[in-house]
Design a protein around this ligand. Structure first.
Ligand code: BGC
Length: 751
């Protein structure tokens, strides 16, 4: 073993071994005696009944013993409308309109732990009003692929940022008495063949990148339930993955709650029972009668069933069931949650570029808003993760309200957004090939838009994607701007050089064509119920933009790591697009068992992670590839200056202090980011890694002293040979600034 390296045990284990305070997970065991007494009164059938779905969104309790059913709600960015007991079709309720919170990547763009807590608490609160016990969220998979269909649901490409926000969401939600079900555990980083793909990666990458957000939410946040993902990891389905569920989750992290398979993501009785699943949600009946039969033959023991029931009951007892007659008596969406959604939206908007055109100047009297994304609602679509919002302020509405009298705001669609193709029933789903995002511009719509642009003082062009392009169930084919937007913006710019582009999307887009013809670019996200209000506040300069990118905007898709390494798309093309196959008429007619056999008969798709831990900016920095906009980038209407950086390495943490000054003339927030670069290292590291960050609010001209702390354990790496976390001693260069490519100050410490 290298003499620079010392192995550390997790602080948590040390604390409990010394009889210190109880860990958040251990707190779940306080009712174990009562729970054991209950289990002693249950029949085998009653116990097994708790191990699978009762309806599409619940699993059974035992009424006779006063144990309520467990009610689930999607998540992750709004309490989903009530569905029919046997599926996702609307139940047609009237009080189930919820608050539409900004989607995951927008939350992450705030880089605010405080807002993630509030967001989680808003979700938890509205879940209770609907009688829900468990939110199917937060969704915290790492954004490995720019094309990822669920990038908008997920937080960041960076594990430290994702983990910090996942932790606060978890605490906020559970403090309201609603359990989280953190998902999708794990390495569910693509939608292509998500139900069968085998993600093959090394242990260091798994631990340092893909498991981080789960680890913190579970160990520090006490996340009560976990959703194993659809895919396989290193050969085994996540819902029966011994390494993930038994060794790491329960063994190392001390998880005491229960696991809930993704919908239809259970694959066998023995696998699920022996390797860590508690509840099978929907699909073939693996955790019902077959469990009883297996106990009869001696293949399984009733003790194992008891243990699984105990883990479910721990959460059942920690989360008080909402009595019937109390739930669903008021509208789900609450004013204080709408206020949270607005605050998140205000702080998420990222100013990517600004050639002194924003904020909108007082002499602008005629604004042409061009682009259908200015009027499209984004609350639903994208398959599962949608909300029936009580209201949603679109960008155009927000701009019109804020502009007020004296400013004329005209609108032309400019393009026709790719239609939302996910109907309520699978049969209404158009074939995936039809989800083209390369339609040419429509000459009539372009002509109408150009006429408006010519006549305006300012053009606000709304581009980006839509929820039929970025969606669960499939990845984008590319990150091109759809519907002929590149062509459109070029002619708009020729007609009027006072042009601002606002991108409405959840993930990154290819801006190579748009950037030269856009004097200002704003990333506006799918920003929730108050998205239009927040956007108008930023455009008109009522508030300074303060969002920072939670992922890299590559110049082109091929620059990003999984593409550059030839890992995605699957070079062997194995399996085809399983998701579209599932909706082939003959496959739709199959029984669940026949369908499983059919899936098993297909070639096995694989996703190799040979880019290892060089995900996102870790790759771009290390390889010296310049992105279009770097991770952490985001401009303001003011300039911040960084001074007096001091760094100190203690036993448990590295501490950095500095002074941050707002040099501008309006209040503004800055997100200070601290990266670590290793010097003379014997271990392989990316060029630099984010290790701490803080959002700081400063009045005009104000300075503040800021402290950032990196816990020593966050500086460890996973030593594959020793199969343990290890700390490499040596020199660290600490890089401080407002973006991964905007380092203002540096300091050195020795650890
Ligand atoms: C998704 C989950 C979701 C579940 C229930 C699945 O298709 O992957 O994220 O919670 O459906 O709607």
């Amino acid at each position: 073993m290298n003499k620079h390296i010392v192995f550390l045990t997790s602080a948590l284990l040390v604390a409990s071994a010394c009889g210190g305070p109880m860990s958040p997970q251990d707190r779940l065991t306080v009712n174990d005696e009562k729970i054991n007494a209950l289990i002693a009164q249950m029949t085998l059938e009653e116990k097994v009944n708790m191990l699978h779905s009762k309806t599409n969104m619940s699993s059974a309790g035992v009424e006779r013993l006063g144990i309520a059913d467990m009610n689930y709600a999607d998540g992750p960015f709004g309490i989903r409308e009530e569905g029919q007991p046997n599926g996702f079709m609307s139940a047609g309720w009237t009080l189930d309109s919820a608050t539409y919170f900004p989607t995951g990547s927008a939350l992450a763009a705030t880089w605010s732990e405080e807002l993630a807590y509030k967001y989680g608490s808003g979700m938890g609160k509205e879940a209770r009003l609907r009688g829900k016990d468990v939110i199917l969220g937060p969704a915290v998979n790492i954004q490995r692929l720019p094309v990822g269909g669920r990038t908008y649901e997920y937080l960041s490409e960076d594990p430290i940022l994702s983990a910090a926000l996942a932790l606060e969401y978890t605490k906020g939600c559970q403090d309201q008495g609603t359990a989280v079900c953190i998902k999708h555990f794990a390495v569910n980083n693509q939608e292509t063949n998500r139900g069968s793909v085998d993600a093959q990666l090394d242990e260091r990458t798994l631990r340092e990148i893909y498991l981080k957000p789960f680890e913190r939410a579970i160990i520090e946040g006490g996340a009560m339930s976990v959703m194993p993902a659809y895919n396989k990891v290193n050969g085994d389905y996540c819902s029966e993955n011994e390494h993930l569920l038994n060794e790491i989750l329960r063994g190392e992290w001390g998880f005491k709650g229960f696991t809930v398979s993704d919908w239809g993501g259970t694959h066998s009785t023995m696998g699920a029972m022996l390797h860590g699943l508690n509840v099978q949600m929907t699909g073939s009946n693996y955790l019902g009668q077959p469990v009883i039969d297996s106990i009869a033959t001696g293949a399984l023991t009733e003790d194992l069933v008891d243990e699984k029931v105990r883990q479910i009951l721990r959460v059942r007892m920690a989360i008080e069931a909402v009595p019937e007659g109390v739930a669903n008596t008021v509208m789900t969406s609450q004013p204080e949650c709408q206020a949270i959604a607005r605050e998140v939206a205000e702080k998420s908007i990222v100013l990517l570029k600004n050639e002194d055109i924003l904020p909108i100047k007082a002499d602008v009297k005629k604004i042409a808003v061009i682009g259908q994304n200015a009027v499209l609602k984004t609350q639903s679509g994208g398959m599962g993760a949608g909300v029936k919002a009580l209201y949603e302020i679109t960008p155009l509405e927000g701009i019109r309200r804020r502009a007020g009298e004296g400013v004329e705001v005209s609108y032309a669609p400019g393009y026709k957004a790719t239609a939302f193709r996910w109907g309520p029933a699978p049969a209404e789903l158009a074939p995936l090939e039809a989800r083209s995002n390369d339609e040419p511009a429509d000459p009539a719509l372009v002509a109408e838009a150009v006429a408006l642009a010519k006549d305006a003082d300012l053009v606000l062009f709304f581009g980006g994607t839509s929820k039929s392009i970025e969606t669960e169930g499939s990845d984008r084919k590319n990150i091109d701007l759809p519907c002929g937007q590149n062509e459109l913006v070029k002619v708009l710019y020729a007609a009027n050089r006072n042009l601002v582009t606002v991108l409405i999307s959840g993930g990154p887009t290819d801006l190579r064509f748009l950037e030269p013809v856009s004097p200002a670019i704003v990333q506006g996200w799918w920003n929730g119920t108050e998205g239009g209000t927040a956007l108008a506040e930023v455009l008109f300069g009522d508030i300074a933009p303060s969002g920072k990118l939670p992922f890299t905007f590559p110049r082109k898709l091929e620059d990003s790591p999984a593409y550059a390494m030839g890992n995605f798309p699957d070079p062997n093309g194995a399996g085809g697009d399983l998701f579209s196959l599932m909706f082939r008429p003959d496959v739709l007619k199959m029984s669940p068992e026949e369908r499983q056999k059919f899936i098993d008969s297909l070639p096995k798709p694989v996703s190799k992670y040979t880019e290892r831990f060089y995900v996102g900016y870790r790759w771009f920095d290390t390889k010296g590839i310049e992105p279009m906009y770097a991770f952490g980038h985001g401009l303001s209407y003011v300039v911040f200056s960084y001074h007096d950086m001091k760094a100190k390495a203690g036993k448990d943490a590295v501490t950095v202090t500095f002074t941050l000054k707002n040099e501008g003339e309006m209040p503004a927030d800055e997100v200070a980011q601290l990266y670590v670069h290793r010097e003379d290292s014997q271990v392989e590291w990316p060029m630099k890694e984010l290790k701490a960050f803080k959002r700081v609010s400063l009045n005009a001209g104000e300075s503040k002293t800021v402290t950032l702390t990196i816990p020593m354990k966050e500086l460890r790496y996973w030593d594959e040979a020793a199969n343990a976390w290890a700390l490499e001693h040596g020199d660290l260069e600490l890089l401080l600034g407002g973006a991964s490519d905007d380092i203002q100050l540096a300091a050195h410490v020795n650890i």
